[in-house]
Design a protein around this ligand. Structure first.
Ligand code: SAM
Length: 290
């Protein structure tokens, strides 16, 4: 049977897209195919999809991957998806909020985990996995953090996000932000596709872009506790446009003298601003301030 379009699916199942859940469905088949292609899928791959919506991207993933587990928060969509993929046993759907479930454990449980599942993570076998998603934009940063900081992160994530957010994530020193550092610490990030607002229904107010995140086997900065590293970075960005000697001192509750000594030991000019530092420089500063 020919796959139904987003418009046909909306009519057939009598569904109103929910703005509150970020439901902007991708209607352009060429963009859907390119997202799946960017994930370089093979029958060996397990894919976690976040927010399958009406299953238009799921269809492409199911055609190329060995297994797809898709997590959807909107309870109206679960029976629709189950009906549409009834003949595809390698595709399963979980009704859950992605932020409330551990991604890898979800896959180990073959998609049966629920938010009140208490069985220990160590007892489950989790395969390596890739994430592919047209993300609900209202939780983009939270989802990326949830995935990258999880006990078993994906090996690769290909995600559609707001274009302006994608550009912030791939920024270089001079335009860095807490978000850019939070992602680049764990993954190499690049924009693989720009997607105009007209490729969606309903049409969002902003353009989008597809990000490819190649998750690093080790974080970008060795020899520093991530919790301390990010405490220092957060302090630096805490007071926008302030010199580091002031923002870091205020954020960490240190004296100006101790902060300036740490900055000097790390080889960083104390008058610089947070957005100019590289990930490695933040690492040097975190080590100097321990
Ligand atoms: N994949 C579909 C597509 O490309 O057309 C739909 C993408 S739409 C931008 C985002 C989807 O994420 C919606 O189906 C929405 O219901 C779902 N969603 C929103 N918040 C979620 C959450 N916290 N956990 C899981 N899914 C969520």
């Amino acid at each position: 049977m020919k796959a139904l379009s987003v418009f046909e699916l909306i009519c057939r199942f009598d569904l109103d897209p929910k703005k509150s859940l970020g439901q902007n469905f991708l209607v352009d088949e060429s963009h859907l195919a390119r997202i799946a292609a960017a994930a370089e899928l093979s029958p060996m791959d397990t894919v976690l999809e976040i927010g399958p919506g009406l299953g238009v991207l799921t269809r492409h993933l199911a055609a190329q991957a060995g297994r797809v587990v898709a997590v959807e928060l909107d309870d109206r969509l679960i029976p629709v998806l189950q009906e549409l993929f009834a003949d595809q046993p390698r595709v399963s759907f979980v009704h859950a909020d992605i932020l409330q479930v551990d991604p890898a454990t979800l896959l180990a449980d073959n998609g049966r985990q629920t938010t009140d599942d208490q069985s220990p993570v160590a007892n489950r076998q989790s395969p390596p996995y890739k994430v592919v998603a047209n993300l609900p934009y209202y939780i983009t940063s939270a989802v990326l953090r949830h995935l990258l900081e999880s006990p078993q992160p994906p090996t690769l994530a290909v995600v559609m996000v707001q274009r302006e957010v994608a550009q912030r994530i791939v920024a270089q020193p001079g335009e860095m932000s807490l978000l850019a550092i939070g992602v680049q610490f764990y993954a190499e990030a690049k924009i693989v596709q720009k997607v105009p607002a007209g490729a969606f229904h309903p049409r969002p107010k902003v353009d989008s872009a597809v990000l490819r995140l190649d998750v690093r086997p080790q974080s970008a900065v060795a020899g520093v506790d991530p919790a301390w590293y990010f405490a220092v970075v957060r302090a630096g960005f805490g007071q926008k446009r302030k010199q580091l000697r002031n923002s870091v001192a205020a954020g960490l509750g240190l004296s100006k003298e101790a902060t300036e000594a740490g900055l000097a030991a790390a080889g960083i000019d104390a008058s610089r601003r947070a957005e100019t530092l590289s990930l490695t420089e933040w690492g040097a500063l975190a080590k100097a301030l321990i």
